[in-house]
Ligand binder design. Structure first.
Ligand SMILES: [Zn+2]
Length: 278
């Protein structure tokens, strides 16, 4: 996909599934199941697809996928079907792991930050050793001091090497991280959750992370049961959806197996879908 002079590519960061109730929160199944499939165990299919953003000057990766460190038990719990092919896919595009300048992490849940640290022949290493890793300061504080609930998703194996590496760059609030790429602190899903705004030559894309995991989560009230601060999620999602709609922006998706991005038309519904030819 092209946004002005910037190119976006979705990389295979793994496929998994979660309970439909967890993904759609208080929305009754009779409503969400008309729009999104589930199996007999109520599991809904998801992907974790990082977006590679190639600006004229930088290579930016938004989130990192599931990574390759999940053990068999974790794979079973999260219904992981397919592995994590981010380094392979980059290589097939002629891009090495060392070429990535910036990793922007929407937040540090394992399905977004699992690919920050990878297992290689040499052992554990930073997947993108030269990249600045951009995270909200509030998110890192919580990663270092997880609560009863977040301890299940902020895993020390995903943070230790990054914390020691000098490659972590904490921002607070809204910040331009490279020309044309901006982060916006949203909170909501997690306290330090951030969205990413890409702007080039009058065109725009908004990546709302887990505030907008799939195109079916379009309505502001359709948020996941994982959201720690649901009223903040609703408020920020409504604000960003409104701005993006007014500006004709694309909304890019991380967890949707069916749609990579969409635009919203005048009626406030999806007007244009972008899918990969797979
Ligand atoms: Zn997620």
């Amino acid at each position: 996909m092209k946004i002005g002079d910037v190119e976006l590519f979705w990389l295979d960061g793994g496929r998994f599934s979660l309970d439909g109730g967890a993904m759609f929160g208080v929305v009754p199944k009779v409503l969400w199941s008309k729009k999104y499939p589930c199996d007999e165990e109520n599991l809904v299919p998801l992907v974790a697809f990082p977006v590679l953003v190639r600006t004229p000057r930088s290579l930016v990766l938004i989130d990192t996928g599931l990574g390759n460190k999940l053990d068999d038990k974790q794979k079973k719990i999260f219904g992981v079907e397919a592995g994590w092919r981010v380094p392979d896919e980059l290589r097939s595009m002629g891009v090495s792991r060392e070429d990535i300048d910036l990793v922007v992490l929407t937040h540090y849940d394992f399905d977004h930050a699992g690919g920050v640290v990878m297992m290689s022949e040499k052992g554990l290493e930073l997947t993108f050793p030269r990249a600045r890793h951009i995270l909200q300061e509030a998110e890192w504080e919580d990663v270092l001091n997880p609560n009863r609930r977040s301890a299940h998703t902020y895993w020390s194996i995903n943070r230790e090497l990054l914390g020691e590496s000098g490659r972590l760059e904490l921002v607070s609030g809204d910040s331009e991280v490279v020309g044309g790429v901006r982060v916006v602190h949203t909170g909501g899903h997690t306290r330090g959750h951030q969205a990413v705004v890409i702007e080039s030559a009058g065109e725009k894309a908004l990546h709302l992370g887990d505030l907008l995991p799939t195109h079916v989560h379009l309505k502001p009230l359709w948020i996941t049961a994982y959201d720690n601060f649901p009223l903040d999620s609703i408020r920020m999602k409504e604000t960003l959806l409104g701005h993006g709609t007014d500006e004709g922006a694309w909304f890019t998706l991380y967890h949707d197996p069916f749609v990579r991005a969409f635009r919203i038309g005048e009626e406030g519904t999806v007007s244009e879908l972008w899918k990969d030819e797979e």
